[in-house]
Structures are given as structure tokens and as C-alpha cells.
Write a new protein. Structure first.
Length: 279
């Protein structure tokens, strides 16, 4: 069920194609993602549709303005030079709050649907989640630190090239330096994901106890950081601030063409969010 809202958050963030086009097909995309994890019967499908439709109305009218407002603040901070690694961390915390509000909004409505899953459906969900986890473990298990840094370089270069245009060698060097200095969290992250899945499976298997189901799923969907160790959270916070420093360094290195590209792309995204929220 977590993937239902994961699909939502990912699609909202799309900027490679039109944000508006993505949003107009959001209901279809969420249902398509859901089918990857569980096959609902007709009654459950009707219940899910009854949850999804008002959720999307709420999201459009209440949440999209929040996203737009935050992006406008970030836009101003970059323009006037007031963005700092600490304020970037605050932006990340705000983004997490956006994320968890999605779960909080839909939580009470989803509980009866989750409780209604049959043993066969629960087995289907668990099997898919376990396969996802194993795929993730396999992706990383044979990679050394050099390979991990190379992969991270490629991901960030692709991300920033989308937002800035073609990167200079200096900018690629800044990205590599950032990834080389990142505090290692991979093992802790995989352990956290494993523990999240373990507790999620337990919640599904004991779903007949409605109070216990609500308690466990509320933790997993709205307060999952409680499963992370203090060391893990500290390293994540430091890495977030370090990424903020990278953003500042890259922003200072932008060419006139890159500045124009970035301003246009960010401005278009803000305009799309504003237009969608008023539709």
C-alpha cells in the first residue's frame, strides 16, 4: 500500500515531461502501480476508487499550493544568495512533511481496505515487496566504494543536467567531490528498509486486530524515522547539509545559459503547480 502514495509523490515531481499532463493521468498511474502489488476484487476496487477520488481533490487544492510556495521560497533564496546548507536541510524537512501528510490524509480510509485483504492477497503483497527488497540487495551487494561513487556521480550528473543543461567539467568535479565525501549510510539504509518490511509484514499478517493494525501502520507510514538509529539519522542530516553546500557551489558556477535554463524550468514547474491547484 505504501507504493500507492509513492507513485503519487513521484509523479508530482516529474519535470522531464509536462507536470500537468502527468497529473491529469495520476489516478490511472496510481491504480496501475497498485496492480503490481495486489489484485483487488470488485468491491475492494470500488472502495479504493472512493478513497482515491476525494484524495486527489484534496491534494490538488491543499497540497499543490504548499509545493508551489516552497519552490517560490527556494527560488528567492537562490536568487538573493540567502540559501545555506542549513536552510536547504529545512527545505528537505519540509518536503518530508509534505510526504507524510499524504499518508496521514489517506490513513483512516485505507485501514478498512487493508484489513479486508484475503490471505492470498496478503501473500501477493508480501511476495512482491520481498522481491523488490532482494532486487535492491542484489543491486548493491557486489559493489565496492569506487563503484558506488561512480553510480552516484552518474545519477547526480543526470539530475543536474536536466535542470541546468550540459554540465562543465568543473561542475562534474564538484559532484564527484561531494559524493566522495558523503558519509556511508548504505548498510544502515538497507537494514532500515528490511526492518520496515518485517514490521509491515507482521502488520498485514495480524490485520484482524484493528487496533494493532492501526498502531503499526501509523508508525510505518507516518513516522518511519523511528526505525532508524540515531547514528543513521545524524549521518543523513550531515549528508543533507553537504548536499546543500553542493547546490550552492553549483549555483555559483552556472553559466548564463545554465541560469536561464534553470530559471525557465523552475518557473514552469511553479506555474504548472499554481495552474493545477486552481483548476
Amino acid at each position: 500500500m505504501k507504493r500507492i502514495v509513492i507513485a503519487l509523490a513521484l509523479l508530482i515531481a516529474l519535470s522531464a515531461c509536462s507536470t500537468k499532463v502527468s497529473y491529469y493521468f495520476l489516478d490511472w498511474a496510481i491504480e496501475w502501480q497498485l496492480e503490481d502489488y495486489v489484485t483487488l476484487d470488485r468491491q475492494q476496487e470500488q472502495a479504493f476508487d472512493a478513497i482515491l477520488d476525494p484524495f486527489l481533490v484534496w491534494h490538488r487544492s491543499q497540497e499543490l499550493p504548499r509545493y508551489s510556495a516552497q519552490l517560490k521560497t527556494l527560488q528567492t533564496e537562490l536568487a538573493d544568495g540567502t540559501l545555506t546548507p542549513q536552510s536547504w536541510r529545512h527545505h528537505v524537512d519540509m518536503a518530508r512533511d509534505h510526504w507524510f501528510r499524504l499518508f496521514a490524509q489517506v490513513f483512516d480510509d485505507l485501514l478498512p481496505l487493508i484489513a479486508s485483504l484475503s490471505d492470498k492477497q496478503v501473500a501477493q503483497v508480501i511476495a512482491k515487496l520481498e522481491a523488490d527488497e532482494q532486487e535492491l540487495v542484489d543491486e548493491y551487494k557486489d559493489k565496492n566504494q569506487e563503484q558506488l561513487i561512480k553510480d552516484a556521480d552518474e545519477r547526480l550528473e543526470e539530475l543536474f543536467a536536466d535542470w541546468l543543461g550540459r554540465l562543465s567539467e568543473q561542475q562534474k568535479a564538484l559532484i564527484h567531490e561531494h559524493n566522495s565525501r558523503r558519509l556511508a549510510t548504505l548498510d544502515m539504509w538497507l537494514e532500515y528498509r528490511h526492518e520496515w518490511l518485517r514490521q509491515f509484514k507482521q502488520a498485514l499478517l495480524q490485520r484482524s486486530d484493528s487496533d494493532l493494525l492501526a498502531q503499526r501502520l501509523r508508525l510505518l507510514m507516518t513516522s518511519p524515522d523511528e526505525l532508524k538509529s540515531d547514528v543513521h539519522k545524524q549521518k543523513l542530516a550531515q549528508n543533507t547539509e553537504n548536499f546543500g553546500m553542493l547546490l550552492l557551489q553549483l549555483h555559483q558556477s552556472l553559466s548564463a545559459r545554465q541560469q536561464k535554463h534553470f530559471k525557465r524550468k523552475l518557473g514552469n514547474l511553479i506555474d504548472d503547480l499554481d495552474e493545477l491547484s486552481q483548476a
